[in-house]
Design a protein around this ligand. Structure first.
Ligand code: SF4
Ligand code: SF4
Length: 337
């Protein structure tokens, strides 16, 4: 039986909660035309865009559980979405068709963030072990000039997606662009920094590309026999190191904890390929609108790339106590964390 998802009309209250959790924006609300209906709106799913992630089902079921918790016995609403997923169809991909290790080159306000050089270190080693290319993906506006720098730090190829829609970070747009590129180019592995921006859209990319992701990994290895990535991350407060595999989906994705790997040195004049990728935002149905960027009153050292971090705890007494920490951090060129 193929994948299937539908709304039980009588149970849908039209609350629109499911619309907000759908990563592919394939749920919309319509007006019910019938006279004397109990609920005015009805959720409708565009099945062609659905990736069967189950998020809406979980969301609607939670509303049902909350209703029960309020003491309403056997409510005849919520629990309104039914999904049947054929597992074998979802995992039947030819993993050998996916080649190359990709590293996401983060930029903020047009400035390249040096985490890409850490990713190129670990990604480059994995590419070498696999006998494949290591590439970078650079998304932004007026950022193309960074491509050569990235090549000089070890990338064989840089995909550049340069468009005004990427001027400010909006995870919907960035994730849609990355997903389209994955579908077109079929990378084998994809590393992204576990920074605020990287975390913000890496999980969205994984859902849209229907693959798995290891968050905040600090060690990587390639299994010579299976050619799979073994991504290891600390768990339970660092008491356990968990090695996570993504066996049946591609690309194997991971976010990489900043400062876990040394940066690749620059080799001036190193040659590589720059691929300018056409961007067509009209097809993405981006609902998030950038309103305003407010910089911190005082420029602080970015904690993700700081070599020194000063931190404080309960002993400081109250938030005002953190002023001491900030003064000390400023005096030694450290970040506050
Ligand atoms: S399907 Fe469920 S969550 Fe979505 S609008 Fe209907 S009742 Fe609300
Ligand atoms: S299963 Fe996922 S993609 Fe499909 S409608 Fe629900 S939330 Fe959207």
């Amino acid at each position: 039986m193929p994948n299937e998802i539908f709304i039980i009309k009588d149970r849908c209250t039209g609350c629109s909660s499911c619309v907000k959790v759908c990563p592919t924006h394939c749920i919309s609300m319509t007006d019910r035309k019938e006279e004397g209906v109990r609920w005015k709106k009805l959720a409708v799913i565009d099945v062609d865009k659905c990736v069967f992630c189950n998020a809406c089902v979980v969301d609607c079921d939670k509303l049902f559980d909350k209703t029960l918790a309020k003491g309403i016995k056997d409510p005849d609403f919520f629990h309104a979405i039914v999904m049947h997923k054929e597992e074998s169809a979802a995992v039947n991909i030819d993993t050998t068709a996916y080649k190359g290790v990709w590293c996401y080159a983060e930029q903020r306000h047009g400035k390249l963030v040096p985490t890409i050089f850490e990713l190129l270190n670990v990604g480059g080693q994995m590419a070498k072990d696999l006998g494949e290319e290591v590439s970078a993906v650079l998304i932004g506006h007026k950022v193309a000039q960074h491509a050569q720098t990235i090549i000089e730090h070890g990338a064989d190829k840089v995909y550049v997606l340069d468009h005004p829609v990427f001027e400010h970070f909006v995870d919907e747009a960035y994730a849609a662009a990355m997903k389209d590129l994955i579908v077109a180019e079929k990378p084998n592995k994809l590393l992204m920094p576990a920074s605020i921006i990287g975390r913000s859209f890496a999980s969205r990319v994984a859902i849209m590309a229907q693959t798995g992701i290891t968050a905040d990994a600090t060690e990587f290895a390639i299994n010579a026999k299976t050619r799979m990535m073994h991504a290891t991350r600390p768990s339970f407060g660092g008491n356990l190191m968990a090695t996570i595999l993504c066996e049946k989906h591609r690309p194997e994705m991971a976010t990489v904890r900043p400062m876990s790997f040394a940066q690749t040195p620059r080799q001036a004049g190193r040659a590589g390929k720059i691929v300018n990728v056409p961007v067509d935002p009209a097809k993405w149905n981006i609902r998030t609108k950038f309103v305003e960027y407010k910089a911190e009153a005082k420029e602080q050292i970015d904690i993700t790339s700081a070599e020194k971090i000063v931190t404080g705890g309960r002993g400081l007494g109250n938030p005002a106590g953190f002023k001491l920490i900030e003064e000390f951090a400023n005096s030694i060129g450290a970040a506050v964390g």
